[in-house]
Design a protein around this ligand. Structure first.
Ligand code: FAD
Length: 319
């Protein structure tokens, strides 16, 4: 079932959807660890589970003679097959992420065809970040530059238009398309207004809903939704939420995701004497955020569960 149908159905029933986001395992690890992560979360009957997508990175490895060789490594492959495995094991809908970075338009078309064969009709389309050794995002030769370009390729396929234009009577896909939105602005955008204009372009091109970058101050989410509505962006905006569980996150999260942590939260965490105390503060903060969002009728609560499913499970139990 499509995410947008889940959202609309929940709205009719006056319910708040629960969904999760996970990462594929590192190459060389099995899928069992992922099942151990998901097992305790399944009692909450998530409407869908997102699985992130990861590009190849170029690294330099030292040869025995001291020279260096350039190697290309994709550390977390398997998004499409993990989605299919989760669907089969738990009978839950999945949302593979798809990114521009590192992939040609032909590889993207093949990935979409695979997803269609697997019975997956949801995708979250994203640009992806710059490769680790690059200072700015560089698209693959014959790849997309912006998420909106990838989105248009998915829409084309939904209309039966493949890259090889001469294909006749080609099968139409029916992907439901999500895109990313940033309550605190995407870090490259010169200002919020410009970022909103590009977000609107994604919605006008056919995005069905938006899921947000994580935030720790609900006021920022509400202001973002208001600004979206004022700018003619009228699709559902699902809040993305993440637990804090160690002190390092106080500096890492703002650095990696270009977000602010409220002073009240950072002070409470700094005062903690050990990780157990940090986890308690993180859990209570996430619970307060979730309760407030639920009370205000958000379309769903989307949890970035990476690494700490136990905290997320406690929060949903206490909701
Ligand atoms: P875009 O919408 O393409 O926007 C990127 C920047 O370009 C913005 O500053 C925007 O304002 C600007 N812009 C957009 N269109 C234009 C245009 N036509 N002309 C000029 N400027 C433009 N990354 C991964 O690698 N894998 C994942 O699985 C993944 N999952 C994510 C899930 C969520 C919910 C979120 C919020 C992010 C995720 N990311 C993931 C990170 C994401 O790829 C980065 O944040 C990336 O830098 C931007 O992606 P986007 O889709 O928002 O890009």
């Amino acid at each position: 079932m499509k995410v947008i149908d889940h959202i609309n159905r929940a709205k009719e029933k006056n319910e708040t959807l629960i969904s999760f986001e996970i990462l594929p395992p590192l190459k060389g690890k099995g899928i069992e660890g992922l099942y151990e992560h998901l097992d305790p979360l399944m009692e909450f009957k998530p409407a869908y589970i997102n699985v992130t997508y990861h590009r190849s990175e170029h690294e330099f490895k030292k040869n025995p003679d001291g020279s260096f060789k350039k190697v290309t490594i994709r550390k977390r492959p398997g998004t499409e097959s993990i989605c299919a495995a989760i669907m089969n094991k738990y009978n839950v809908d999945t949302v593979p992420h798809l990114i521009c970075g590192g992939f040609s338009v032909t590889e993207t078309e093949d990935a979409l065809i695979n997803l269609n064969y697997l019975g997956i009709d949801n995708v979250l389309v994203l640009r992806g970040d710059a490769a680790k050794n690059e200072t700015a995002f560089i698209p693959q030769p014959d790849g997309h530059f912006y998420a909106v370009d990838l989105l248009k390729q998915v829409i084309n396929l939904n209309n039966g238009v493949y890259l090889e234009e001469e294909l006749l009577n080609s099968r139409k896909t029916s992907f439901c398309i999500g895109v990313a939105g940033y309550p605190e602005k995407h870090f490259e955008a010169p200002n919020m207004q410009t970022d909103l204009a590009y977000l609107k372009a994604k919605v006008d091109a056919g995005a069905d809903y938006i899921v947000t970058q994580m935030f720790f101050d609900n006021a920022k989410y509400y202001a973002f939704v208001e600004a979206c509505r004022a700018n003619g962006i009228n699709v559902p905006i699902v809040p993305g939420l993440k637990p804090i569980y160690n002190k390092k996150q106080l500096t890492m999260l703002p650095k990696i995701f270009s977000i602010d942590l409220p002073q009240e939260l950072s002070k409470e965490i700094e005062a903690c004497k050990n990780n157990a105390e940090v986890e308690k503060v993180g859990e209570d903060w996430l619970l307060a955020q979730s309760r407030d969002l639920k009370k205000n009728g958000v379309p769903g609560l989307h949890y970035y569960t990476l690494g700490k499913p136990g905290i997320v499970a406690n929060v949903i139990r206490r909701l």
